[in-house]
Design a protein around this ligand. Sequence first.
Ligand code: THU
Length: 132
Amino acid sequence: MVSDEALLRAALQARERSYCPYSRFAVGAALLAASGGIYTGANVENASYGLSMCAERVALFRAVAAGERSFLKLAIVGGPAGRAPEALCPPCGACRQALFEFAPDLEVLLGTARGIETRFPLRNLLPEPFEL
Ligand code: THU
């Protein structure tokens, strides 16, 4: 059983590997699969700014590419690079939609260096998701 605190620690560790020379804003994410596996991500930027990828989608796509299809929780931390995260980093709209595809019942945990600060059901963060 993976605790919420362990998931937050995984997100904080992943954030250390953020590649963000342009924004200097480092994000880490840790996604808990129904299998019990944890998949982490950090934001990865590019000189062609629009090619940059959010930490949340890095974690999600790593997990799906590893064969996972079902997810329970996602911990996110973010803030100015080189400093402990002090403010919440809610996921962007694109990541909310991408997560909804696989995990409409996901619980999103927003943390800082102090610990988990708040929790949201993904459905509350994305009230009218696009569905085919
Ligand atoms: N970013 C994320 O990784 N996740 C979010 O939810 C919002 C923004 C990244 C993208 C970019 O590398 C940096 O944060 C600043 O926007």
